[in-house]
Each structure stands twice: as C-alpha cells, then as structure tokens.
Design a protein around this ligand. Structure first.
Ligand code: CA
Ligand code: CA
Ligand code: CA
Ligand code: CA
Length: 445
C-alpha cells in the first residue's frame, strides 16, 4: 500500500491538492489532446440570463434538516401526489475514524401543499455518516421505501433501510452489515499506518430490479475497498447477502443505463483515485462484466450521469471533478462502450483556481425544448449553476447558456431535479451544507 497524498482523501473540503497536481494535469491534458478529439468551452453567462428572463426563482424560505446534508432525494412518500424530500445528514468528517462530528440521521420533509413542507419528527436514525440515498419500493407494500448507505458504518451498520408503512406514518428500520471477509482497504493511512477510513466506505447507491425477478436489487460503490457491491432483492429479508465486483481505482459514483442498446442495464462508475470512468456490461441476471475504461481528462472525478446530451440516440456520459477543477466533462457515445469525443465545460474563469467545487450534478430538460440541460451544486461559490443546451444539431460540441443562482451562506452540496408542484415544469431541490437546510428553485419559465 503506497500513500498517494492528501488529495485522495475523500470527505475533506480542501483545495490544497490542486497545486500539487498541476503538472500531472498538464500531462493529462496533452495526452488527451492527442488521443481524443477534445473540445473545450468556456460557458458564457447569458446576456439575457439576468433579471426578468431567468428560468428559476429561488424561494426565500428554506427548510431545516439535520447537520451537513450530503445527499437529497425526492419522492412522494405518502401517496398524496406531492413529492416529498429526504436528506442524508452526514455531519462532518474531521477525523473519519471518530463517530463524531459525523452524524447519523435522515430528515424527511413532507409536502403539505406545493412548496410548503413540514419536517417529520423524529428523524430516521441510520448508521454513522449516511452518504448516499435511494428511494425505491423494496417490500410488498406499495409505498416507496428509503435506503441509505453509511460511509463510516460504525458497529457494522453499513446500509439502513426504512420500510414505509404509510398508513401508520411509520418507517420500520432494517440494518444490513457488509461482511468484511475478503474486503481489503485500499485508501489512505495516517502517520502510524492506521487506515483513515472504514471499509468498504460506501459512497453511492442505486436500487433497481437488475435480474428481472420483480424484486429490486441494490448496487453500491465501496470506495475504500475497490468494490461494487450487489445485493439481490429477497422476498423475506429484502436484500440477500452481498456479492462483490472488483473495481480498482476507488469507485465513487454509479449510474445505470443501457449503454449498448441491448435492453439490459449497464453500469458507469467514476474512479476517484485513478481518474477514470469504468463501464460494465450488464448480464441481465445482476452481473456486470468490464467493458471499457477511459480517463476523465481531469483529476478526482466525483459524479457520473448517463444521458443523451446531443440527441443522436446514443447515451453520453457526464462527469465532474469537485477537488481538482471547475469543469464538467461530457463524453459522447459513438458506438457501444466507445467515447472517443469529449467536451469540457468550464464553470470558472481560471482553470487553476478552484472557485466553485462542483459537488453534484443532475441532468434533465429543464426548459422543455427537447435538449438535456445540466445543473451543478457548487458549495465553494454558493452557487447552483444551470447550463441550458442551446444547440440545434447533434454535433458533439454542444452549446450552453448559463444561469447562476446564489445561495447566501448555504453551500449547495447535493441536488435533485423534480417537478415539486406538479405544474409540468421541472424544479430543483438543493441540500445546503452550510445552513443545514433545503432550498428550492421553482421553475417559473
Ligand atoms: Ca445493455
Ligand atoms: Ca449522444
Ligand atoms: Ca433544455
Ligand atoms: Ca414545477
């Protein structure tokens, strides 16, 4: 195990690694100018994007949640037709070996009316440091259940499931332990050689039926142990024992999509330490086999989304680098598992200044023009940046127009796009790390 430097420490908020790795990034850039048809675009702030023509209105009211919400999910939990909001309140990880100041709860905001929420008390208790969320129906009842993966997982509480028994307004908690048999620790150690983080260090979760048995299965990224974890849905126990898929390079974020058009869901994974995207072909029975790997043209990629960004019918891959630069990368699919053309969208003005720190991205058609738009949560600048695709063709260098929304002291950390008031227009819910609250952006277009 070699120590590879502070830049690889996952949960700390720091930009110091940036300077350390500038030279290697230059090398990357040169390399990819040769290998890829690489296209860079400094996204212009829209001249007409200022007052009067803006797509979203930031609600002045915010809703309190627990300490340091790290993830946010939107779903109608109580069947009244209005989407509710859940946050994973992770707390801080100053020393990731300590349970505190990490936190262990999920907050639930129940919509009473459009843009009017009541926080459910008490909050739901998870394992330590809930990092990512999924909402999916995993039991026999019709209401959507809540699944959280816990990064520190002290006392072996790796996965927390809350079964939604809607009629009693009750969530029944279940806990799942990931056995450490066969798991190794691949990340950083302190000066005494003690691991800084827990294994497997879960950072991402998706719950979906992957083996076509009608039960929803769980996929999670085990960042510290270089694994993807698969737990098949189970009639009695909700999830069966985990199986591991080995993925070197610190798998951090996951996206499921049919990448080769065979009707079976495939998997895209960001590899934080090796700065790659890894692609896996789905077998249809819950298995995944390696299909491709390529560099992200940056360092420390943190997010991944799969969507057709240029409307050519082929899925594209979007990623961003929170700790190294303020860029969003689009990799355009040209054949199954092949992404030879990429485009870089720069949010900042200067490549060597980490101004925004893109922590989360989401993609949807926000202005209903048939083109996929991108939203980025940027805690360092306090901004949510919205990139509207203004292109009229499928040529890989797509054009974007920017609208910037500022959250005073809020530090947007995670977001989800959803139609929160059922008016047919996509709104945005934002987890605010600095104020422990949820802010909303109402689509007023
Ligand atoms: Ca497929
Ligand atoms: Ca495409
Ligand atoms: Ca659009
Ligand atoms: Ca709406």
């Amino acid at each position: 195990m070699t120590r590879t430097g502070n830049y690889n420490i996952l949960p700390f908020e720091s930009a110091r690694h940036k300077r350390l790795h500038r030279s290697s990034r230059l090398a990357f850039t040169l390399q990819f100018c040769l290998v890829f048809m690489a296209l860079a675009l400094l996204v212009p702030e829209s001249a007409s994007g200022q007052k009067g023509a803006r797509t979203f209105s930031v609600l002045s009211k915010t809703w309190q949640v627990g300490p340091n919400p790290n993830a946010l999910a939107v779903a109608d939990l109580n069947g009244d037709g209005l989407p509710d909001i859940v946050t994973a309140d992770r707390g801080e990880l100053h020393d990731p070996r300590e349970e505190r100041p990490a936190n262990d709860e999920l907050s639930i905001l129940i919509a009473e009316n459009p843009f009017d929420y009541t926080r459910r008390h008490p909050s739901l208790k998870t394992g330590t440091a809930p990092y990512a969320l999924a909402i999916a129906n995993v039991d026999g009842l019709k209401w959507p259940d809540i699944i959280a993966v816990n990064f520190l997982a002290s006392r072996a509480r790796h996965i927390s499931v809350f079964l939604n028994l809607k009629d009693e307004d009750v969530f029944t908690p279940l806990e799942f332990r990931v056995p450490d048999t066969g798991l190794e620790y691949h990340r950083h150690h302190d000066g005494e050689g003690v691991p800084l983080f827990a294994i497997p260090g879960l950072t991402s979760v998706i719950v979906r039926d992957l083996n076509n048995d009608g039960l929803r299965d769980l996929l999670a990224a085990g960042w510290s142990s270089d694994i993807i974890l698969f737990m098949a849905g189970h009639q009695e126990t909700v999830f069966a024992e985990p199986h591991y898929i080995s993925v070197s390079g610190a798998p951090r974020a996951l996206a499921l999509s049919d990448l080769d058009g065979d009707g079976i869901q495939d998997l895209a994974v960001t590899l934080y330490a090796s700065a790659e995207i890894a692609l896996f072909r789905g077998t249809g029975n819950g298995g995944f086999t390696p299909a491709a790997r390529f560099k992200t043209r940056g360092e420390l990629p943190t997010t991944v989304v799969v969507q057709d960004m240029n409307n050519d019918g082929l899925p594209d891959i979007v990623t961003s680098h929170a700790h190294a630069d303020d860029t969003i990368m689009i990799f355009y699919g040209d054949a199954p598992f092949s992404y030879s053309v990429s485009q870089e969208l720069m949010l900042g003005k200067n490549r060597d200044v980490l101004e925004h720190e893109i922590r989360d991205i989401a993609v949807a058609d926000l202005d209903a023009d048939g083109r996929m738009d991108i939203v980025a949560a940027c805690p360092a600048s306090g901004n949510v940046v919205v990139l509207f695709n203004t292109s009229s063709d499928a040529i890989p260098r797509q054009q974007y127009r920017t609208e910037t929304y500022h959250f005073e002291q809020g530090r947007p950390r995670a977001l989800q796009i959803a139609d929160l008031d059922n008016d047919g227009r996509m709104d945005i819910a934002v987890a605010l790390w600095g104020t422990n609250s949820v802010g909303l952006m109402r689509n007023v277009r």
